[in-house]
Design a protein around this ligand. Structure first.
Ligand code: FES
Length: 146
């Protein structure tokens, strides 16, 4: 039995500890906001926070989050400055990668409230967007920051 917190709520799942966290979130807990892109830790679509740090849930065995705090896109309030900024800047195109983008952006601004362009590019470099919304992502992060 793996016990951990997801969006502030204790969850107990009876799965192999090797199961990727992504599939536990999506298939066992119904939290489908976290997306599957590459499954190899390369695209960032599956980004969640584990104890406050952005991590790739597709390559994180659920056994590794025993006793830890996981936050998914569903755990970021709708009135969070990053979510509001994303809407105001009309960032999304197809939208598929955006939950992961937002999770990385929230983590960046939590550690660096007024990031430079270089900070943003560095923090967001692991989140790929096939629609190429990078310019709007950068603007939304600046607007949400200080
Ligand atoms: Fe996890 Fe691409 S699906 S990094």
């Amino acid at each position: 039995m793996i016990v951990f917190l997801v969006n502030g709520k204790e969850q107990r799942v009876d799965v192999s500890p090797d199961t990727p966290l992504l599939w536990v979130l999506r298939d066992k807990l119904g939290l489908t906001g976290t997306k599957y892109g590459c499954g190899e830790g390369l695209c960032g679509a599956c980004t969640v926070h584990i104890d406050g740090r952005p991590e790739r849930s597709c390559i994180t065995p659920v056994g590794d989050v025993q006793g830890k705090k996981v936050v998914t896109i569903e755990g970021i309030p709708e009135n969070h400055p990053v979510k509001k900024s994303w809407l105001a800047q009309d960032v999304s195109q197809c939208g598929y990668c955006q939950p992961g983008q937002i999770m990385s952006a929230v983590a960046l601004l939590a550690s660096k409230p007024s990031p430079t362009d270089a900070d943003i590019d560095s923090a967001m470099s692991g989140n790929l967007c096939r629609c190429g919304t990078y310019g709007r992502i950068r603007r939304a992060i600046h607007a949400a920051g200080g």
